[in-house]
Design a protein around this ligand. Structure first.
Ligand code: 5GP
Length: 122
């Protein structure tokens, strides 16, 4: 499958510094910042700096260094936010079925309140 990356998406603009963000962590290959419309007391988005649309795109085409950096960045955010004890939820929406709004890979880290069951039945 060929993945097409749109470099005008909002997270590409954040990475280029064209739009401000509330950064929690920046590493060589990843950036983590607070969601503009938080759905929990902690709602952080973690994105790779490279042009990847979805998690499967990233897994297929990113370098080992990018994948290690990204995975560790997610773990570091959990430590920074102190989520070990109470826990958290990781979500990565992809494509139409996943209802992905922004076509640049991101995981949502949600925490700070009971988050309910994973999915509505609808
Ligand atoms: P998706 O539905 O693609 O998984 O989630 C996209 C997320 O990006 C949403 O939770 C939305 O609130 C967030 N978002 C959209 N635009 C911006 C922005 O300009 N800045 C930040 N920090 N978050 C944004």
């Amino acid at each position: 499958m060929a993945y097409t990356y749109d470099d005008q998406n909002i997270f590409a603009k954040i990475l280029r510094g064209e739009i401000p963000n509330d950064t929690v962590l920046e590493t060589e290959h990843s950036l983590a910042f607070r969601d503009i419309t938080p759905q929990a007391p902690h709602h952080v988005l973690v994105i790779p700096k490279g042009p990847y649309v979805t998690y499967d795109h990233f897994a297929a085409e990113a370098s080992d260094a990018e994948i290690v950096d990204y995975t560790r960045a997610v773990g570091q955010i959990c430590q920074i936010l102190g989520l070990e004890e109470d826990g958290f939820r990781l979500i990565s929406n992809a494509g139409r079925a996943g209802v992905q709004e922004v076509p640049h890979l991101h995981v949502h880290i949600l925490a700070g309140r009971p988050l309910g069951r994973m999915l509505d039945k609808a």
